[in-house]
Design a protein around this ligand. Structure first.
Ligand SMILES: [Cu+2]
Length: 160
């Protein structure tokens, strides 16, 4: 997340303290499909189709949790079907890191060192499809909107 966009938003939200101000932002990038590679794979051979299916992860965002199902994937293209079932805008950042997801830092926002992709802001009730080519290793899935990580919006994810 860029701080330049978020910090003024916080100030506005604090000044007027209305939910409408907060929820009015970030909707422009909702429901976007970041890549079409998963669909492309599914249109080819049966083997590729099975691999693609096995590497789709449904990530549900709420206040204040991220729940990926399943919590693992095979190395290669992984499609995150990220759904915001909460009342606030959320995002999901995919970070390759050896640190446990709950140990990335403290503060309003935490470092995104090792980030390999992110959904961008997803408005309440909206979803986002993000396909990333992931190498084997440990990942942290986090929402880094101000205060959300500290409130519990993180999950461990493993690629093998
Ligand atoms: Cu969030």
């Amino acid at each position: 997340m860029s701080k330049s966009r978020i910090v003024p938003l916080l100030m506005v939200a604090g000044a007027f303290a209305t939910a409408g101000v907060v929820s009015g932002c970030g909707s422009s990038s909702s429901s976007s499909s970041t890549t079409s590679s998963a669909a492309d794979v599914e249109n080819t051979t049966g083997v590729a189709k099975d691999v693609a299916k096995g590497n789709t992860v449904v990530a549900t965002l709420t206040e204040m949790k991220i729940v990926p199902v399943p919590k693992t994937a095979k190395a290669g293209n992984v499609t995150f079907d990220t759904i915001n079932k909460g009342q606030l805008p959320h995002e999901m950042v995919v970070i390759k890191t050896d640190k446990p997801a709950n140990s990335l830092g403290t503060g309003s926002e935490v470092p995104e060192t090792g980030a390999v992709g992110e959904t961008g802001d997803i408005a309440a009730g909206q979803s986002n499809k993000l396909t990333l080519k992931l190498a084997a290793g440990h990942y942290a899935l986090i929402c880094n909107l101000p205060g959300h990580y500290m409130a519990g919006m993180y999950a461990d994810f493993d690629v093998s």
